[in-house]
Write a protein that binds this ligand. Structure first.
Ligand SMILES: [Mn+2]
Length: 506
């Protein structure tokens, strides 16, 4: 569904979920402005037992001139939308939205599909906020979003609160919106300082008294009472300052699922990977090395795990994760011998290689993006990145680069990758975005590269003895490789292995 598909209706009622949050209000407001500009009669409202009372919502409504109306449940029961009812950040018929009679229903949402009621649905569960979806749809209509700072601020604040102040942001499209929006930084400053209410302070206090701690894996789990998802992030950040705790999951129940914040303060666990692990096939999760977040759908959880208690689930899953990887340290690892290890020859083809130091400072933090692949990295001295197919980035030291690659004067190959677009790097310090291709060179193998390789039958975390101390994961089905003469170890993703390597005849 596109926004312009709904222009056939002259009256459009936009409904946020009950107890609306900044994402629902921001998304609804942007849609309100859009349909008004198209000459429609538009209403923006929410219902439910409670009127909004939190400071940040009141400030948002007032400073951004959002014409948000409140309709009591009694009034809602008597109302009927005359044209179209459009639910945002929620789905018609779900438990978190008061039902209003309507002949025509449309939905724009980023939660997992619920009832599927209505002919016009646009549901994208992978997105960090509903605001991102609305922004995308406005861009599809070529609507000049950046001429309206208030709209920009509303959408920005929606994403900001739905991703724990961007700390749990991981989607490529979410990053696109964050980088593209023009906002009123004065209003945003005010909103940042009113994130929590006194009630939420109490919820956080109660939650912290009731933690579960596993001393063998050094993780903590906390379930909180219903509260703003920002509180989850704050509690999780707090736990990371406790000496005995290396990892934590803080979560609570919402109408249709569970929101969670994940933290790690050790190099052995990447929160981004852990959040994806905890939500695999039952939701979405991801983020950065130290902070990540996610959402688990109740429907998917209970259909898979029946009546399992959620805390029990997290205990099992966290312990499983802690034991699921073999740790391999670059310096003292003995490559296995045996019949599962074969010698392979690399198929020579052009590779894009970049030396990030040539345009970024050593030690600076950046986000690397290539298609849907998003990764945070710290620029290490003398590090090179080979950009391989499927959005995979092979990191290597300068000495390895010099030994095995030579610069070729070929043109950039067309269709280099099956990943759409070209890779970019965004600097955290000043927000500048660099297209890597401008700094990259095309390389070829120096001579025939031969390596010993073994298909992984379990997951590993490989800690190279160069770089920023972070590990590289290899999963069952990937290949652990070693160049014999200098014992260089690297991981090749299983998906492209056969088109990159040929086994030698034994
Ligand atoms: Mn939302």
């Amino acid at each position: 569904m596109k926004l312009s598909d709904l222009l056939v209706y002259n009256e459009i009622w936009i409904q946020c979920h009950d107890n609306p949050d900044p994402d629902a209000i921001g998304s609804g407001f942007a849609l309100y402005v859009y349909y008004r500009s198209m000459g429609k009669y538009v209403r923006l409202f929410y219902s439910g037992k409670n009127r909004i009372s939190k400071n940040n919502l009141l400030i948002m409504k007032e400073m951004l001139d959002i014409p948000l109306e409140y309709i009591s449940p009694e009034e809602a029961a008597l109302s009927e939308a005359p044209g179209l009812l459009l639910t945002v950040d929620c789905q018609y018929g779900s438990g978190n939205v008061t039902r209003i009679k309507a002949k025509n229903i449309a939905t724009i949402d980023h939660h997992p599909m619920e009832s599927g009621i209505g002919d016009n649905l646009r549901i994208c569960p992978g997105l960090g906020s509903c605001a991102t979806l609305v922004w995308k749809m406005l861009c599809e209509e070529k609507y000049p979003v950046n001429t309206d700072r208030k709209m920009g601020t509303a959408l920005y604040y929606g994403l900001y609160t739905d991703t724990n102040q961007f700390s749990e942001l991981f989607g490529a499209e979410d990053l696109d919106m964050r980088d593209a929006l023009v906002i009123d930084s004065h209003i945003m400053q005010k909103l940042r300082k009113t994130n929590l209410s006194l009630r939420e302070l109490e919820v956080a206090g109660i939650a912290m008294k009731n933690y579960f701690y596993d001393p063998s894996h050094r993780y903590a789990i906390i379930k909180t009472l219903p509260c703003d998802s920002n509180v989850l992030g704050l509690i999780a950040d707090f736990l990371m300052q406790v000496g005995e705790i290396d990892l934590c999951v803080v979560y609570n129940e919402v109408e249709d699922g569970f929101k969670l914040s994940v933290r790690s303060c050790i190099m052995e666990v990447n929160s981004n990977e852990l959040a994806a692990y905890l939500t695999k096939e039952i939701g979405t999760g991801g983020g950065h090395y130290e902070k990540a977040g996610g959402f688990i759908s109740k429907k998917l959880f209970y259909s898979r795990y029946r009546k399992m208690d959620t805390e029990e689930y997290f205990k099992i899953c966290l312990s499983e994760y802690c034991e699921a990887f073999q740790l391999i340290k670059g310096t003292d690892y003995e490559f296995p011998e045996g019949k599962e290890v074969k010698t392979y020859t690399h198929i020579d083809r052009p590779v894009i290689v970049v030396r990030p130091e040539s345009f970024l400072d050593v030690g600076s933090k950046v986000t690397l993006r290539w298609g849907q692949h998003v990764e945070d990295l710290e620029i290490a001295h003398d590090e090179y990145w080979a950009l391989e197919r499927g959005g995979y980035i092979q990191r290597m030291s300068r000495s390895i680069f010099n030994k095995y690659f030579e610069i070729s004067d070929e043109e950039f190959p067309e269709n280099y990758s099956d990943v759409s677009g070209l890779p970019t790097v965004k600097s955290w310090s000043d927000g500048r975005v660099f297209s890597i291709v401008g700094y990259a060179v095309i390389c070829r193998d120096k001579g025939k590269l031969k390596a010993r390789g073994m298909r992984l039958t379990r997951n590993i975390k490989y800690f190279p003895d160069w770089g920023d101390g972070r590990y590289i994961s290899g999963y069952t089905g990937d290949y652990l490789m070693m160049i014999e003469k200098d014992k260089t170890i690297f991981i090749e993703p299983g998906a492209y292995f056969d088109s990159n390597y040929i086994p030698d005849e034994e």
